[in-house]
Design a protein. Structure first.
Length: 656
């Protein structure tokens, strides 16, 4: 079996930033990038020491940068003390107390602003309320809330008193919530009566009640409920308390609890290959440092910027690029409750126009759905305030990249295509907007201080121009510290013996081109072995979506095949109506021939299924595990409670 993944897409277009942009950039030009990278190579610990002292406010300075004695359980700055909330809020009170920290736009379009002074006071009041409930340093608080100023307050209030928060996305089921409450050992839950999404009211408090009633959650002493929708919800005394009641009479100052740099700031649950959620645990000091640096390097943050990350705080993107990074650098940011297509598909573009957004960060899934909803819609809005565009969550196919660049950015905004994970805490490989000539579909080069490589199954580097397994060779400050309550799973998942336990295994396949630019080719378990050829699913997806006349979106998985080892199965959403019968067969054959032309006959999908949409979570993530089950003809036994559109599964079961 070949030990490298074949890269079969040949993208050669490069888009360099303008000279004007390069001149004003925080990292200006390739020389500046190479100087930072060389400093990290030459004096690894000195590099991180300099940055940690320059960016963070320490209550007790650290003396040791990196402790590797118990690798892979690395410790960063561990004899120093600080507080994340102090670094995000208090530091700005003397210099810009009246600057708007958060512009909140609700689902119905109502806008509410909070300045740094107001946000600080609100966080302090909630922190005092939590202390009054007996929450202390090291306790876990579970947060299950809508996108709002209040959810940021809840996270910051936990950080302020040294409590470890675990945010659960507001679309998760009661069973998922119960599992996370039990695993984290949460003693307090902060929720809301409900939330609004796309004009619909979605209950939250009833889900919390159902989760706790399932059992195993007896350690939950209090449930704080924020009144968002005003709908009637059952309140169980003395456990349940209204948000406005617990805040009443609380002081608007609260001395921060100074914690060790290694103190667990949060636990964030992510799906594991076993289906059992993994509690990814992040530290305070190293995580916050990287959140700030990536805001300045990747997003080229300027004091005058209005920054908008469209993610939900239930995911790591919302932690790093809503709750912590933007506030730590003193930004003005947009927080949005709704969905991109309500009340119409112009919502994102109108929001950018209304709030004069400068830096816009969203997911390829959202971009593709907006292309389908109205490819010319952005031209109806004034998007001239934009200066940087970003993508996150999965690789972006070149055709969607080109639409984003030309139609949304008017061919003048650098695109930062960021590769990172829940486990990495922040961006790892990304173009720097004032440095790299961007290449559609490529996340370009590792950030300074990130020692990435591509290796084969034995851990040997495959060399430039080839594909293989993406690894990180040296620890970095924002890295996962452990899996909560399961250190052995952490070691086996991320530092396997195959690589002598030395390299962090990202779980992604990648390739480099002749310039050393990285392209992510999908998860290692999303790599197909077809007749001895190993193909990344993302490449076949990109080829399908490159048929801009027919295809709006595609997802590709493999299924076992006696003849070829694996067969390619494609799930396709067309730009027109979903076809049936002979028309479906004709279109499927046309797309097979198209893929053969784009990549080669080896990549032709054996099976193409058409649907009105793909199975997605409410956050827009494609549930590929379900697609793998459908492709194999298996009965779906997995939890589908987080699916936005369960009915789509029946459509996709129909073979063409």
């Amino acid at each position: 079996m070949s030990s490298t993944i074949e890269s079969v897409l040949h993208e050669t277009r490069l888009f360099a930033p303008s000279q004007e942009f390069v001149k004003q950039a925080n990292v200006s030009g390739m020389d500046a990038y190479e100087k930072l990278s060389a400093e990290a190579e030459r004096d690894f610990e000195g590099f991180w020491r300099r940055l940690a002292n320059a960016e963070l406010l320490w209550h007790k300075p650290f003396t040791q940068v990196l402790d590797e004695t118990n690798a892979p359980f690395y410790k960063w700055f561990h004899d120093g003390e600080l507080n994340a909330s102090y670094n995000c809020l208090d530091r700005h009170l003397a210099t810009q107390p009246d600057k708007v920290a958060i512009i909140f736009e609700a689902d119905d379009g109502k806008v509410t602003n909070a300045t740094y002074r107001e946000l600080h006071q609100k966080v302090c009041r909630l922190a005092n309320a939590l202390k009054a409930h007996g929450i202390k340093q090291g306790d876990r608080v579970l947060i299950y809330m809508p996108m709002s100023i209040e959810v940021v307050e809840a996270m910051q209030a936990c950080a302020r008193i040294g409590a470890t928060h675990s945010v659960v996305f507001g679309g998760f089921s009661a069973k998922s919530l119960q599992e996370r409450i039990i695993d984290a050992g949460a003693t307090e839950v902060i929720t809301a009566d409900g939330q609004f999404r796309g004009g619909r009211e979605i209950p939250l408090k009833p889900v919390v009640d159902e989760a706790i009633a399932m059992g195993g959650c007896e350690h939950v002493r209090n449930v704080i409920v924020y009144k968002r929708t005003g709908s009637q919800v059952p309140m169980q005394a003395p456990r349940d308390k209204w948000w406005h009641d617990v805040l009443e009479g609380q002081a608007d100052t609260c001395e921060p609890t100074w914690v060790n740099a290694e103190h667990p700031l949060f636990i964030l649950y992510t799906s594991g290959s076993t289906g059992k959620p993994k509690g990814v645990q992040h530290s305070t000091g190293g995580y916050l440092l990287w959140a700030m640096l990536t805001m300045k390097w990747v997003f080229d943050h300027k004091a005058s910027d209005v920054f908008w990350c469209t993610a939900d705080v239930g995911w790591v993107t919302g932690h790093t690029y809503i709750t912590y990074g933007p506030l730590a650098v003193g930004a003005t940011e947009v927080v949005f409750e709704g969905v991109p297509t309500y009340p119409d598909a112009g919502r994102f573009w109108k929001l950018i126009q209304d709030h004069k957004v400068n830096v816009f960060y969203t997911a390829p899934t959202a971009i593709r759905s907006l292309i389908k909803a109205g490819p010319d819609l952005p031209k109806k809005y004034d998007l001239s305030s934009l200066r940087i565009l970003g993508t996150v969550g999965e690789p972006i196919n070149p055709e969607a990249w080109m639409w984003y660049y030309t139609t949304v950015g008017n061919s003048r905004c650098p695109i930062v295509d960021t590769w990172w994970q829940t486990e990495t805490g922040g961006h790892m490989i990304s173009p720097l907007p004032g440095v790299h000539a961007a290449k559609p579909g490529s996340c370009t080069q590792p950030l300074p201080g990130i020692m990435a490589d591509i290796v084969d199954e034995t851990g040997q580097p495959v060399g430039r121009g080839k594909g293989g397994i993406l690894v990180i060779k040296r620890p970095w400050p924002a890295m996962i510290r452990t899996i909560w309550g399961d250190p052995e799973r952490y070691r086996k998942s991320y530092y396997p013996e195959d690589f002598k336990g030395q390299y962090y295994l990202a779980g992604d396949g990648a390739s480099t081109d002749d310039n050393g630019y990285y392209t992510i080719m999908g998860r290692i378990d999303d790599v197909l072995n077809v007749s001895g050829h190993r193909l990344g699913t993302m490449e076949v997806e990109s080829a399908l979506v490159a048929n801009t006349r027919l295809v709006a979106e595609a997802a590709v998985v493999g299924r076992p095949d006696e003849l070829t080892g694996e067969a390619v199965v494609a799930f396709v959403v067309l730009k027109g109506q979903r076809p049936h019968g002979e028309e479906a067969k004709k279109l499927a054959q046309e797309l097979r021939d198209w893929v053969a032309k784009e990549i080669g006959p080896i990549a032709k999908p054996r099976d193409i299924r058409f649907g009105d949409n793909l199975p997605k979570t409410r956050s827009g993530k494609i549930m590929r595990r379900l697609l793998r089950s459908i492709a194999k003809g298996e009965e779906i036994k997995q939890d589908i409670s987080t699916l936005e559109n369960p009915a789509i599964l029946d459509q996709l079961k129909q073979a063409t």
